[in-house]
Design a protein. Structure first.
Length: 260
């Protein structure tokens, strides 16, 4: 096994982090300082030291996390709560998030210490499908749905999105979507806003552009007020997980995602 891979899978840091540690002379193999990250080691025989402490090999780990609103997708931040703040110190060693979810977006987020697994899911050529549940101010007619499914222009750069799948679930007003919209922030005296049309549904995309779902719906006149990722590929969010909770992926879930 490569030395940098061994250290990353042992919770020392990301592959990028540990390469720096190795080059800076912080790692020893059998008592000798090694500065080449790609050197092969025998993980069950060689003694690996990081800052003169023995490193134990944890192995590859894969987590499903139910991300709540209000936290950012990052390992650490000085001023804001991150997704890793929900993990125990033992379980957060060496793991990183696979892709991102906006601060105000809930739902399925994967975390791992397996760089190849992360690359396989994030590579644009893989076209991994991600499904989102949304509530948005506005309405969607057949023409809007057709545009979303065929691709819409988003942003100032006029980027054309790849074809998507959309299913309208419910049509109503702000009053009908109190659970998701936090209706208390609207004044009930403003009946025009309180009774504004709202549409909910599922949008499935195969890209990962910044704020893509929000930008796509905005392109057809809808303003997203609630967004939740419900699946990646054929793996769905475990709804028994409360917001902020996580669990190991099952072997079958890892296999399905690895085959994407």
């Amino acid at each position: 096994m490569r030395l940098d891979k061994f250290l990353a899978e042992s919770g020392i840091g990301t592959r990028k982090d540990v390469r720096t540690y190795i080059k800076d002379g912080m790692v020893k193999v059998n008592g000798k300082v090694i500065i080449k990250p790609a050197i092969d080691i025998e993980e069950n025989r060689d003694i690996i030291l990081y800052l003169d402490k023995v490193v134990k090999h944890i192995g590859k780990v894969y987590y499903m996390f139910h991300k709540p609103k209000g936290c950012i997708t990052a390992r650490r931040d000085e001023s804001q709560k991150t997704v890793l703040d929900y993990f125990s110190k033992e379980n957060m060693k060496g793991i990183f998030h696979v892709g991102r979810l906006d601060k105000d977006t809930e739902g399925l987020l994967l975390l791992t210490n397996d760089g190849e697994f992360e690359h396989g899911l994030m590579c644009p050529n893989k076209h991994v499908h991600k499904k989102y549940y949304f509530c948005a101010l506005g309405s969607l007619d057949e023409n809007d749905i057709k545009k979303l499914e065929e691709g819409v222009l988003i942003g100032k750069g006029k980027i054309l999105t790849k074809p998507a799948k959309i299913k309208v679930e419910k049509i109503g007003t702000c009053e009908d979507f109190q659970e998701h919209m936090g209706i208390e922030k609207f004044s009930k005296k403003d009946l025009g806003l309180y009774r504004q049309p709202v549409v909910s549904g599922y949008l499935t995309i195969s890209e990962g552009r910044k704020h893509q779902v929000k930008r796509m719906l905005k392109a057809v006149g809808c303003f997203v007020v609630y967004l939740k990722r419900v699946s990646i590929g054929n793996v769905f969010l475990d709804e028994t997980l409360e917001k902020g909770e996580y669990r190991f992926l099952t072997d079958s879930e890892v296999q399905m995602l690895s085959m994407m």
